[in-house]
Design a protein around this ligand. Structure first.
Ligand code: NAP
Length: 303
């Protein structure tokens, strides 16, 4: 599909893209750029590209697709750095978990001759760095593209096909709507997980050891999410502030209702809510976004 793809940032998402592009033969060559010499060296050892550079501006020379795979807070600096060396007609995209902020950070610095088509693969793990990537990461997952009305239709169509070749289903969406939807489906759950694990960490040493010991009772699932990359998630909350605060307001109201129901012994309220939430889990399994196996399909013998 492409002559040369430049991956700016080579962590979980960048390295997964490298693996899947090679498996599917989506480009003739891959140029990899990372901020630190250490990560770049590791990417080279893993054979993730054909050329390696600490300077993102060098990596994008002659690329017809540039994919920015850094934390969202770095996008403005990356756009400024790569802008002078972008090839006319190139598609510039990203994989950031927030879209309005990325557009505001990048668009003003890019030349009119390139096509910015922002993207977000809704796929990930709690691991980061170039070793954590794998080709199947995007398989059967959604990828959201958020072009605006002025974006070149052919560029959007080509990027859509690229993600479909990576195994994803693609949805085109307005950036603001994306940020609101992701605030509830991804950002709020992470905030809750960080908060629960943080609260446990604040408890007395004795209690904390019991928290770890009895973690399988529910706490454990939150610790997986709360182990996610601190830089990435700091940037997500800072760059999706409005949507997160709006959803957090709604969440706090609903939490107060639950608190009241427990205080009043309103079992019907609790039972009704817990039945509706169970239906949501069933719908997620029905559309193939998770498996029906108990305990998320973990092998019980490993516990
Ligand atoms: P990652 O594994 O931590 O890798 C980040 C990469 O960006 C590394 O190459 C790192 O370089 C580079 N980088 C970090 N800070 C930078 C800066 N200030 N300037 C330039 N480069 C910088 O991250 P990831 O999980 O792949 O996430 C990358 C993007 O994908 C984020 O925007 C995130 O929102 C989005 N995303 C993540 C997930 C997920 O589950 N992880 C899912 C969907 C989308 P060095 O290592 O050399 O410092």
């Amino acid at each position: 599909m492409f002559e040369k793809v430049a991956l700016i940032g080579i962590g979980l998402i960048g390295s997964s893209l490298s693996h899947v592009m090679k498996r599917e033969g989506l480009t003739k060559s891959i140029a990899v750029s990372s901020r630190s010499a250490e990560t770049l060296k590791r990417a080279e050892e893993l054979g993730l590209g054909n050329a390696y550079s600490l300077n993102a501006a060098d990596a994008v020379k002659g690329a017809d697709l540039v994919i920015v795979c850094t934390p969202v807070g770095a996008c403005e600096q990356v756009a400024k750095t790569i802008a002078p060396n972008l090839q006319a007609g190139a598609i510039v995209t990203d994989v950031g978990s927030v879209k309005s902020s990325v557009i505001a950070q990048m668009q003003p610095h890019l030349p009119d001759s390139v096509h910015l088509v922002p993207g977000h693969p809704i796929a990930g793990t709690e691991y980061s760095g170039p070793d954590s990537g794998f080709a199947a990461l995007f398989e059967n997952r959604w990828c959201v593209l958020t072009p605006d009305k002025a974006t070149d239709k052919a560029a959007t169509a080509k990027l859509k096909l690229f993600w479909e070749n990576c195994g994803s289903h693609v949805e085109i969406m307005d950036a603001h709507h994306h940020d609101l939807v992701l605030a509830i489906t991804s950002h709020l759950p992470h905030l809750i997980a960080y908060n629960i694990v943080g609260t446990a960490n604040e408890l007395e040493t004795d209690t904390r050891s019991e928290v770890i010991k009895f973690s399988a009772s529910g706490f454990c699932d939150f610790t997986r999410i709360a182990a996610s990359d601190p830089t990435m998630w700091r940037d997500v909350f800072i760059h999706n502030k409005d949507a997160v605060l709006e959803i957090l307001g709604r969440f706090s109201e609903d939490l107060s209702s639950l608190q009241r129901a427990i205080r009043r012994g309103d079992g019907d309220y609790l039972f009704d809510l817990f039945s509706r939430t169970r239906d949501i889990r069933r719908s997620i399994i029905e559309i193939g976004q998770d498996v029906e196996a108990p305990n998320f399909g973990r092998d019980e013998t490993e516990e």
